[in-house]
Design a binder for this molecule. Structure first.
Ligand code: GDP
Ligand code: IMO
Ligand code: MG
Length: 424
């Protein structure tokens, strides 16, 4: 069964959108399995830039079927806005299908996300404030509203009255806020339901059929391994499972269907929001990488924190995702830096070496990175298309990442364009 998974290895924004866009040209189906409009995937396709949050990054190909699986949380206004915007640019969304089990992000989720963050003060997670955490909380509490309910006016009204009333109590009694107008929300969401109803279809069944028919299926990850609710830097994580295992529950496909797992990393590291980051740079080199690499959130515009490549994280990503190959993007951004550092291990306060990623952030916060230093390069590599064309220092840097990560590097990104890839 030719099914491939693409996941982020670091803290998101590794360039997954670009990789999906490239692989989608050889795929029949692209399926999103988790996250919501906290994701921001940028694609430079035939000279145009697209920023997608909920639509699978295969949508730019007219022949590719795009599915949103049951593990995704959907803000209907955002999704419809994306459909309208991309349709206006001549891209059809007719091949989009949405699983009826997927949960809906409601206005109270967005309000509560903001209130919770504000309440945490300096300890805030730095969420995207898109209501993602509160929506997954309701799913786990078994009070969430799902797409099939959104698209059924009777169920929608009942659910909004039942759940919304409790949320309004929370908002007014606990937070001292104005309650939300449930009738207004019902009218608004009924309209969304009407428009989204034609897209509803059982994604587990559709994906299974595609696999049975021998079609190429690509599973598109959002966020990244260290933002995983279980395996990431908890509590500075998102509320879903971006690791490859999340694909199975988020689409309704068993693990035996998957035969390739590609991890996407940057040639350095970035993260948005709070939480520990051992290789973070606070100097001019960090500022240069941020400026040259345009490291500002696709979705929120927030400046991304920047640091050196961390091979402890890469090894962890290889293990917890079962990676069969690694793709390293944005090597071009490092051009002009005379010495490149790679973290190969952590040193704990008592002088011990840690070569595997610790479970608790309290331990991670005390870790100091142990660096290897490699010679930098100054050439413009954006026109290179094979490993052999890369300058020697680049090849040595990539070989070192491959060796320390413990996974073959199959592609290296040298620019945002889909053609700007060196393939091994
Ligand atoms: P995603 O969330 O993983 O899809 O990544 P984002 O789209 O949020 O962030 C990656 C950014 O880097 C986007 O602006 C891409 O266009 C850009 N990008 C991807 N690969 C490369 C690369 O190899 N070189 C450069 N310079 N930019 C890249
Ligand atoms: P893509 O798919 C980078 C981060 C937020 C915050 C934490 C929790 O573009 O790689 P949330 O709103 O999910 O509750 O926020 O997760 N975060 C991302 N960081 N890329 C993303 O997605 C992210 N999605 C969430 O910044 O630190
Ligand atoms: Mg992104």
């Amino acid at each position: 069964m030719p099914a491939k998974v693409v996941v982020g290895v670091q803290w998101g924004d590794e360039g997954k959108g670009k990789v999906i866009d490239i692989l989608a040209s050889r795929s029949d189906v692209v399926v999103r399995s988790q996250g919501g409009n906290n994701a921001g995937h940028t694609i430079s396709h035939q000279g145009e830039t697209y920023k997608l949050a909920l639509l699978p990054s295969g949508v730019l190909y007219p022949k590719v079927d795009c599915y949103i699986g049951c593990g995704v949380v959907i803000n209907p206004a955002t999704l419809l806005g994306e459909i309208d915007a991309i349709t206006a640019r001549g891209v059809s969304c007719d091949r989009l299908r949405i699983d009826p089990r997927a949960h809906v992000v409601m206005p109270w989720h967005i309000t509560l996300d903001g209130l919770s963050e504000d309440g945490l003060g300096k300890d805030k997670i730095g969420t995207t404030r898109r209501g993602i955490g509160p929506c997954y909380m309701d799913k786990a509490e078994r009070v969430g509203l799902r797409m099939h309910e959104l698209c059924d006016p009777t169920l929608l009204r009942q659910k909004i009255q039942a759940v919304g009333t409790r949320k309004n109590q929370l908002l007014s009694d606990f937070y001292g806020c104005q309650p939300l107008d449930l009738w207004e929300i019902t009218a608004e969401f009924e309209e969304y339901g009407k428009r989204l109803r034609p897209y509803l279809s059982d994604v587990s069944d559709l994906t299974w059929q595609a696999l049975q028919d021998g079609k190429n299926v690509l599973f598109e990850g959002a966020q990244g391994t260290l933002l995983d609710l279980d395996l990431g830097t908890y509590p500075y994580v998102t509320s879903s499972n971006p690791v490859s295992g999340g694909v199975c529950v988020g689409t309704g496909i068993g693990p035996t269907a998957i035969n390739e797992v590609l991890g996407v990393a940057k040639a350095y590291t970035t993260r948005v929001g709070g939480g520990p980051f051992p290789t973070e740079l606070f100097d001019e080199v960090g500022n240069t990488i941020r400026d040259v690499g345009h490291e500002y959130g696709t979705n929120t515009g927030r400046p991304r924190r920047v640091g050196w490549f961390d091979a402890v994280i890469a090894r962890y990503g290889v293990r917890v995702n079962g990676l069969t190959g690694l793709i390293v993007n944005k090597l071009d951004t490092l051009s002009g830096i005379s010495t490149l550092k790679v973290c190969t291990a952590y040193e704990t306060q008592d002088g011990q070496r840690l070569t595997s990623f610790p479970a608790a952030i309290e331990q991670l916060e005390l870790c100091r990175p142990v660096y290897a230093e490699l010679p930098g390069f100054s050439e413009d590599i954006s026109g290179c298309r094979t490993f052999a064309e890369l300058p020697r220092a680049c090849r040595e840097y990539i070989a070192f990442l491959e060796e320390t990560a413990g996974c073959p590097i199959v592609m290296v990104g040298v620019g945002p364009g889909r053609e700007q890839m060196c393939v091994k």
